[in-house]
Write a protein of this length. Structure first.
Length: 346
């Protein structure tokens, strides 16, 4: 490609991309020393850029060395071990892809979520993974769109938003665990779900109620509790139930952490699980299965979810024009003895 004097640097990224046969984004990553393209493709782009005098020949080798790009991870309540474990797994997977992770927790507070997203954008992260999406405010998604960075929602998603998501079918999982609970012939059931702004909590609750309706069990208002997903939320739910005129046969919780706090408070009051009151949970944390506490729980495949989430943002960085990817990972039920079953040996 012959160039006239004075034209140095006028070839655009789009023109160079057409010349090499790659995306404009790939050209940008190669020229700016960022990950997102293979080393072979990077070298080809840089060599062609030198030929058209977009860079000097001496810069080819220097720019072939990549810097470490960062992914922002916005967590819900870090006091919930589910998010702490997910953060660890995302960081491990991201490093295998050549990314570093900047993580922040928001205590599920909408203002904190917005501040976290703004701060991560100010630090020029390449992509974002969010576990704190909440109903009612799409501001953070508009901010990321304006910044033109890819993002994926994990475990929770914003309703009606056409965007990347990795999680499980919470409604189906909620229905499944409630069906198991009802197989014990329990009739007095209490449910303790997470915040109403959480779509995941809303869907779990919907699954529980569908199973109860199918069994023709009407749940009174004082058996429908909503609280935070951490241990403090479980403690508050237990105190409420202990203060009621009678205890339910079983309490179905929206997280393992919530169940931990609930059971701890019941034990402090002299109650035994499951003999006095049965309990089930949700998340499948390793700590939910021990000789002292063997929770029946929905298991979210956190390792697989982390793999899928990082893969989606990595792919979006190299092929930014693909449509939204929604990945529903398979969940399982772990049957412990907290529900009244003999339970599996631990």
């Amino acid at each position: 490609m012959k160039r006239r004097a004075g034209q140095r640097g006028r070839t655009s990224a789009a023109q160079l991309a057409r010349l090499v046969g790659v995306s404009a984004a790939s050209v940008s990553y190669a020229l700016n020393g960022r990950p997102g393209v293979s080393e072979q493709t990077r070298r080809r782009i840089l060599e062609e850029a030198a030929k058209v005098e977009l860079i000097s020949p001496d810069e080819v080798h220097a720019r072939a060395r990549t810097t470490i790009a960062a992914i922002g991870l916005v967590l819900g309540d870090i006091q919930n071990p589910f998010y702490a474990d997910l953060a660890r797994l995302v960081a491990e997977v991201a490093r295998r892809w050549g990314f570093e992770v900047f993580s922040t927790h928001t205590n599920d507070d909408p203002k904190s979520i917005k501040r976290a997203v703004v701060s991560l954008l100010d630090h020029e992260v390449e992509a974002m993974i969010l576990t704190a999406a909440q109903v009612g405010d799409a501001t953070i998604f508009r901010l990321m769109k304006q910044a033109r960075i890819p993002f994926v929602q994990i475990s929770r998603r914003f309703p009606g938003l056409a965007a990347n998501f990795v999680g499980i079918d919470d409604e189906a999982a909620g229905f499944e665990i409630m069906k198991h609970v009802l197989s014990h012939q329990y009739r007095d059931v209490a449910i303790v779900s997470g915040p109403k702004v959480s779509v995941a909590s809303r869907d779990r609750r919907a699954g529980w109620l569908r199973a109860l309706a199918q069994a023709k069990i009407n749940l009174p208002t004082n058996r429908r509790l909503t609280t935070t997903l951490g241990e403090d939320g479980g403690r508050e739910a237990a105190k409420f139930l202990l203060a009621s005129s009678s205890l339910p046969d079983v309490v179905v919780c929206g997280s393992d952490a919530m169940a931990f706090g609930l059971i701890e408070t019941f034990y402090s009051a002299g109650l035994c699980v499951p003999n006095d009151v049965a309990v089930t949970a949700y998340d499948g944390l390793n700590s939910a299965s021990s000789r002292l506490l063997n929770l029946t729980t929905v298991v979210q495949p956190r390792s697989l979810m982390a793999e899928k989430a990082v893969s989606i943002v990595a792919s979006a960085l190299t092929r930014p024009k693909h449509g939204p990817i929604v990945t529903l990972c398979p969940h399982t039920l772990y049957i412990g003895n907290s529900c009244g079953c003999p339970g599996k040996p631990v």
